[in-house]
Design a protein. Sequence first.
Lengths: 432, 75
Amino acid sequence: MQALLSFENAPPFAAPLRFFLTAPLFAVLAGLLLAWNGPQLMASRWMPGALAATHLVTVGFMLQVMLGALIQILPVVAGANLRHPLRVARIVHIGLSGGGGLLAAGFLAAIPWLLSTAALLLGITLLYFLVVCVQALASVPSTSPTIRGLKLALVGLAAVVGLGMLLAFELAYGWSLPLAALVDLHAGWGLGGWAGILLVAMAYVVVPMFQLTPGYPARPSWWFPVAMLLLLLLWSGGVLGSVEWLVQLSQGLAALAGIAFCVLTLRLQGKRRRARADATYRYWQLGLTASVAALLMLLVSVLWPAASELDGWTIGFGILIIVGGFLSFITGMLYKISAFLTWLHLQNFGQAKIPAPAMNKILSDTDCQRQMVAHAVALALLLAAVIVPDWLARPAGLAFALANGWLFWNLACAVRRYRRAQADMAEKLAAL
Amino acid sequence: MSHPKTPHVVDARYMEPPGPFVATMEMLDTLKEGEKMLLLLYREPHPLYKVLRQNGHDYETELLPDGTFEILISR
């Protein structure tokens, strides 16, 4: 009864699956781009290759998985049902994949119409997604910190997309705007206001549920998303009014809030009741450690601004927070969500007459943990390549491509096993 | 486990899904008309809420300072 009933809330498996399978391919492209461009890509964050690789990972991988997962889990974590989840998934997936690809190509080739087309395509796609989500969440009261966080994360998404479009048009048509300050703000809204708040809102649910830890204390949980959003508004105000101390104060406080969340999560994980450390747990440990290191770097650059002028400082920060932090969190959750979804859909398919195979039979934890080692090696090589780019940039790119190709392979094998199990169950049902 | 609100308690805070759902539905089946049960979780169970509404059960949810959601369900 449970699976059948909760299944009513679940969109078709095809809705999130297209995002989950496409995302690693974008990360593979980013790795291959680094292997092809070599050390010059790591020379500065303004290099066309660095901009392209960053957006292949943030738009092509991170945003892809986040939107796919949101379509899937809004009913479960917020009781909010999208009206036509499969149609939404198809439209958003095409817009996001096409827009992400065009954006990277636009940066690489420095062709204005490519950049502006990518910005328009991504803008329209994400505006559509936001409208659909707002419609679904409009009637849902914020009865938990997770729901409040989800709603505020959508504000962050609107801000990062708006700023991204502005910057793309600025690059394409040479508008006269303060580029560096706006790029930092765009990154702040993307990583803090959208990805950060969404991650925290999801963590309130998935960390206790999947890792069997105590819950997050209620009061800070309610306030974290609000505080982060207010700090980003302050940061934006500082940029608009050219008030440097306000920008630095809000950056510093946002870094402290992020560190507090990471340390709290590490403490909760220390009290977990699950003895075995699975891939999701290990991925989160890596993500939390890398995020603390990255946020400490941000704090140092606020207190001592000259630090950000050091060779490799900004690129190193970006690798730590994006590859070490967000990619680790997202991949860890992606494995858990994919395994759970295949099980849920098979359980429903069996109509309570034929049991679904265990989750581990569809997606083995051993395979996930091996892939995680490849991700950790790629991260280490990328960080080392910041120091010795001439020697290590290309191997790091290849290692990153390999780790993400492996992620794609693990997910694709899980889908193949899922389809085979479904066929076996159909035969058994027919024989009943 | 008992609780000031009711003696019928499912503490599902350290259960993996679908354990909390199954344990709740099983306990609901054992309750008499007018009795209440309490479900303790570290998240709001929206799929369960939907089933409770479909089956005509009332429920009230309270979030405690330690992050526990107390869901009081009427038979």
